[in-house]
Design a protein. Structure first.
Length: 234
């Protein structure tokens, strides 16, 4: 029987390289590092994906055209009856009551002590003058010339100084839409704020609409596929 030298026996009892304590510690460190890096990497990738879906540009969008723009002032009577058919409904009600009266009179017993009167049409009183509400309607007509359906349009109706072309005031508006490729839609927004109250001294002699120039600017577009376009500040 072969004999094993003492030195060789000690060498056989020594742990192999793949299970030595220093190697196990290194693997533990690598595993912990991997567990920390993986969530961070995923978060960075998701953030990059979201950023990539929203494209910023300083020029006008290439898939949405502003065909028309306008604004107007409207007056609203807060106490006005909004039912346009009310006069006809009142007349029809009075006619029914008069027919019912004539029918009852013909069937009534003679020599009654009192005789009912025929219903008369309602008297329309003259409405005294009262304060009207003043508000402004800002409106644009847009056309989708792209290939994706649009679900939201952020836009601004701007009023500029005619001499310097600097923006004096603007109305920022966000509109929910459903604008398919090739389609056109009118978007409007009501506001109690007039276009501008800032008037230069050299514009005082002009009509109100001649005291400024105007333009409609698209600032952001959101599509149904989750992507978006926005105007980068100049």
């Amino acid at each position: 029987m072969a004999q094993v030298a003492p030195f060789d026996a000690i060498k056989h009892l020594t742990a192999p390289d793949d299970i030595r304590p220093d190697t196990i510690a290194e693997r533990s460190i690598h595993m912990k590092t991997a567990r920390l890096i993986t969530p961070l990497t995923i978060a960075l990738l998701l953030t990059a994906s979201v950023i990539a879906q929203e494209v910023a540009d300083t020029s006008n969008p290439k898939d949405l055209l502003v065909v028309e723009k306008s604004w107007r002032k409207e007056l609203l009577d807060p106490k006005r009856n909004t039912n346009p058919l009310r006069p006809n409904e009142e007349l029809m009600s009075t006619t029914r009551q008069q027919k019912e009266f004539l029918k009852n009179r013909d069937n009534a017993l003679p020599n009654q002590p009192t005789e009912p009167r025929m219903p008369a049409p309602p008297i329309r009183s003259v409405t005294p003058a009262r304060e009207m509400w003043e508000y402004y309607v800002y409106e644009i007509k847009v056309q989708n010339v792209g290939e994706k359906t649009i679900k939201q349009i952020d836009w601004a109706y701007q009023f500029l100084d005619p001499d310097t072309q600097l923006v004096k005031e603007q109305r920022k508006i966000a509109s929910r839409v459903k604008l398919a490729p090739g389609k056109t839609q009118v978007i409007e927004q009501r506001s109690t704020r007039k276009p501008t109250v800032v008037v230069n001294a050299n514009q005082l002699g002009k009509k109100y609409r001649d005291q400024f120039t105007e333009r409609a600017v698209i600032t952001r577009i959101v599509y149904t596929d989750g992507s978006a376009w926005r105007r980068r500040p100049e």
